[in-house]
Design a protein around this ligand. Sequence first.
Ligand SMILES: Nc1ncnc2c1ncn2[C@@H]1O[C@H](COP(=O)(O)OP(=O)(O)OP(=O)(O)O)[C@@H](O)[C@H]1O
Length: 474
Amino acid sequence: MDEVVVVRPGEFTIKRGATRAEMEKLLLKAAREAAEECGGAKFEKEPGRIYARGDTQCLKKALARVFGVKSVSPAYVMKFEGVADIAREAARLWVGLAAGRRFAVRVHRVGNHPFTSRDVAAAVGSALVAAGARVDLENPEVEFFVEVRGDRAYFYTEVVEGPGGLPLGSEGKVLALVSGGIDSPVAAWLLMRRGAHVDVLHCNLGGTVALRHTLEVIKRLLAWSYGYNARVIIGDCSPVAKALRSGVREELWNIAFKRALYRIGAEVAKTVRAAALVTGESLGQVSSQTLQALAAAEMGVGIPILRPLIGMDKDEITKLAQRIGTYEISAKTPEYCAVFSRRPKKWATREEIEEIDFALHDAVAEVASNVKVVRKWQLAEFIKTLSPPEDIEVETPPEGAVVVDLRDEESYRKWHLPGAVRADFDEVLSLVDKLGRDKTYVFYCYSGGLSLDVAESLRKLGIKAYSLRLRRGT
Ligand SMILES: Nc1ncnc2c1ncn2[C@@H]1O[C@H](COP(=O)(O)OP(=O)(O)OP(=O)(O)O)[C@@H](O)[C@H]1O
């Protein structure tokens, strides 16, 4: 008796010849990388199955995250001579588990044998009934699976669902635009699941705190990218924010930013040889995701834009994000944004798109040619190196600075620094526009994270800004 993890490949097993052989090779490559998380494994292959030997419990989880895998079962395997051997072994393994419960035996048989699946089920069933269990095929409390393949029998009780889809790398490469929010990592994951190698582009508008958050989300997403050392491409998008705020009417900012993202994406896609962009847009979710807005933003961009979430509801997307493991961090990513207008237009004319292109042309080129590329395997180390500019934190407000309290109203009412005004983080830019961009600003919040980020992003727009480190007791 030997322990093994049975891996069942998904839909690509219906393919034939070279395509199938290539897909099996890719699946095995990804499975080997996944198994490294468990100290490695020994793999064996036969038509329609892969077997992995190693740390069974760990492999069960890791291999159930490999694209192209339909399901995984930790199993015992034995060589047998006849049905009696199978029934004896089943009884030895399962009597304790079956005792006093309603059970069903499910048998799957591949190969030529002098017995049928029913014969096996009957023999195993009676061995367990003899031990005090009761057969109930309709509504069992426990299911016992026996898979007979050639001269071996596999015994298991657990079937862990894999992601399905196609092995990573079987369907070319795409570039996913990922924001750190809930939706775009899900969109990227869905393309991975269909076999595409996915590189990720993030356009950073906030400060280091927000960037770290987003990269943590991306790290979780890429934990699924077994077999491909994906690229994370980070653009500092402050030139776009600046150009947009100075050269585009506010009602068009959302469409214009989207267009800038697509344009930057199209440029970066050329360098990484991606055949399409992927975004997390879902029809009608926000005002820039109307059909007209999407059509206007992508007019003449020159690369296909794939939107796998377009017909999905938010709760479906959220459930997937939870399964992928990105939801928790995504939900907490600060969405500080310098380019969201308060009264967004839901469409744009061709002339308006031309105006946008004219205003953003140089900024798009600047961002696209200054991106930073980090590989999946270096990402964790890279995140550790990120820290905000040294002089951004101060102990006391600089002389003459406008002091802004970013906490909620109740906290502000109870206590605030003398002379401080209160603002939510998404009101900061309007406040700065109102009070003057030439003034110095200093922000404080609860923990110092948000104020750092707000100050850093304002600096990127050319505004003098600091984050105040509150002393204990204040
Ligand atoms: N800063 C960014 N960097 C890269 N891509 C982005 C960025 N912001 C938005 N995107 C892309 O544009 C899409 C639409 O963005 P928008 O903010 O309208 O949608 P969203 O539904 O909030 O998406 P998400 O939840 O992914 O942030 C995103 O799904 C993502 O693909």
